[in-house]
Design a protein. Structure first.
Length: 272
């Protein structure tokens, strides 16, 4: 497993994978098992973004995530124009780092956290552990497309594995983007933001899995209603339309699902 593939290796792997995908769309998303060779492309994207944003280098990423590798699933967006990745995300089965790290950070016990959100019902828990969009895509709407495909890939994969509960720890930017799309998280056991792995205002959060798509669909409907001015009195119809469209797409899969493949979820893959 590697968090430091060179660009030539990533390009070769991405180009070969794109050639196998029938979608002509610029962006293609994959949901991968941890042992898939493309999972290392996703790990490298994680490290590149986290190193730039939070100064988490390869050694830190290995130390933080090695205990969770065999429980990890990866979501990877490829750019057909460049033959390279655009963004990646990770889910960790069983609650992962959030349920391991958050209790001490928020001053609660694991028992308190689990019972506060009825996660003791035996339902599958996923940690939405990472979300990483490369800097070149953040300056325009392509960044929203890449993020939207990662969110939708997570939803499709979660449905495939019958996930019931989702926990996560999000930095301010990731939280703001998901909140904008209508994802209605609850603070984990009523906690407040805290510093964590280079993020000054991290949040530990919970949401029932089925509420993710439902809340985004509600947000799309709300944003498509006649516009109400923002608190400063200004109207922003362009931003409102873009947000409504993306929330609707992530909720329903319209215009996204044809470009998302789940090779890692057809069957469990283990090294031979």
């Amino acid at each position: 497993m590697s968090y430091a593939l060179d660009e030539a290796t990533m390009h070769a792997r991405c180009t070969a994978t794109l050639a196998e995908h029938s979608s002509p769309n610029r962006f293609v998303a994959l949901a991968l098992g941890t042992y898939d060779p493309m999972a290392d492309v996703a790990r490298t994207v994680e490290r590149m973004v986290f190193e730039e944003s939070f100064e988490l280098d390869e050694a830190t990423m290995v130390a933080e995530y090695s205990p969770y590798e065999k429980y990890s699933y990866f979501f990877l967006v490829l750019d057909r124009e460049t033959g390279l990745p655009a963004g990646a995300a990770r889910a960790i089965d069983g609650g992962g780092k959030t349920l391991d790290d958050a209790p001490a950070l928020i001053g609660r016990t694991l028992h308190d956290v689990v019972y506060a959100h009825n996660m003791h019902d035996g339902g599958k828990i996923w940690d939405f552990a990472t979300l990483a969009v490369l800097p070149r895509y953040r300056a325009d709407r392509n960044g929203l497309t890449v993020s939207g495909m990662l969110y939708r890939s997570f939803i499709n994969a979660g449905h495939r594995w019958h996930v019931r509960h989702v926990v996560c720890m999000l930095d301010q930017a990731a939280y703001r983007n998901l909140d904008m799309l209508g994802t209605r998280f609850s603070a984990l056991a009523g906690s407040e933001p805290f510093e964590y792995l280079g993020s000054a205002a991290n949040r530990a959060l919970y949401i029932p899995f089925d509420e993710i798509a439902r809340s985004m669909g509600d947000q799309a409907e709300l944003l498509n209603q006649p516009e109400v001015p923002d608190a400063d009195g200004r109207r922003r119809p362009g931003r409102r339309r873009v947000t409504a469209r993306l929330a609707s797409q992530v909720s329903s899969g319209d215009e996204l699902d044809p470009h998302i493949d789940l090779p890692g979820f057809e069957r469990r893959r283990h090294p031979r």
